[in-house]
Design a binder for this molecule. Structure first.
Ligand SMILES: Nc1ncnc2c1ncn2[C@@H]1O[C@H](COP(=O)(O)OP(=O)(O)OP(=O)(O)O)[C@@H](O)[C@H]1O
Length: 232
């Protein structure tokens, strides 16, 4: 299995304010799979994503990516690992405002020994003609495309997406989901996507539902449909 999440536990706070956010999470994800992580607000989705990304450490349990266990890496190797193998896409695009679109994508390329060709990727993303513009000259959808480009240009094994369409309207959200699907198919990236939107489970290979720090459902979606056909 490509990504193994084993018995992850995590709490925040102590005493009366202690919250046990993750209470023993096990998930196995195959290379190239799109895994959609659903659950009510506060169920621990983002915390789990941050643990997979090595941004947060679990109390116990382990994350293994391609045979390497994150918890066994020292800080330097973990930083290198994050840089080379993980791409992040958030609800807010977090682009650098005074760099143009191409330069924002190049920021991601600098972090990799083996980046994708930036111009090629800008074409795939439909951004090539906008490459000399600044982020504030683009729509929200185009800015999110740029953020996807910045994450994907490193050719990461895993794309971690936290509500990637949370700030976008219906049509633009579908465009972005289709783009994530296209990119994952073209470059083979595994996608782990956190969302509130139940409809997105229909485009997933694997669906995981969290509630109260536990997995309530974890199944392979046998009736997957293309992102372009999603409705909500
Ligand atoms: N750094 C932190 N310190 C203290 N509590 C935290 C911290 N991070 C998260 N929490 C708490 O952990 C719980 C789970 O948060 P998390 O953001 O993982 O949930 P979520 O399912 O992603 O929620 P949402 O869908 O609203 O984003 C919440 O109760 C939150 O307040």
């Amino acid at each position: 299995m490509f990504l193994e999440i084993q018995q992850i536990k995590k709490h925040f706070g102590e005493g009366e304010s202690r919250v046990d956010v993750l209470r023993g999470i096990d998930i196995s994800i195959e290379k190239g799979e799109i895994c959609v992580l659903l659950g009510p607000s506060g169920s621990g989705k983002s915390t789990l994503l941050n643990i997979i990304g090595g941004i947060e450490t679990p109390d116990s349990g382990k994350i293994t990516i391609h045979g390497e266990t994150i918890g066994e890496m020292n800080e330097k190797n973990l930083t290198l690992y994050r840089r080379k193998h993980l791409g992040y896409i958030f609800q807010m695009y977090n682009l650098i405002p005074n760099l143009n679109i191409k330069e924002n994508v190049e920021v991601g390329a600098y972090l990799s020994d083996n980046p994708l060709d930036v111009d090629d990727l800008l074409k795939t993303l439909g951004l090539y003609e906008h490459r000399h513009k600044l982020p504030n000259q683009l729509s929200g959808g185009q800015q999110q495309r740029t953020a996807i480009g910045r994450a994907v240009v490193k050719n990461p094994d895993i794309l971690l997406c936290d509500e990637p369409t949370g700030a976008l309207d219906y049509h633009t959200s579908k465009e972005i989901l289709k783009l994530l699907e296209d990119v994952s198919r073209k470059y083979g990236n595994t996608v782990v996507m956190v969302t509130h939107n139940d409809a997105l489970q229909n485009m997933a290979d694997r669906v995981v539902k969290l509630r109260d720090g536990k997995i309530r459902k974890n199944f392979v979606n046998e009736t997957k449909i293309p992102a372009a056909e999603l409705e909500w």
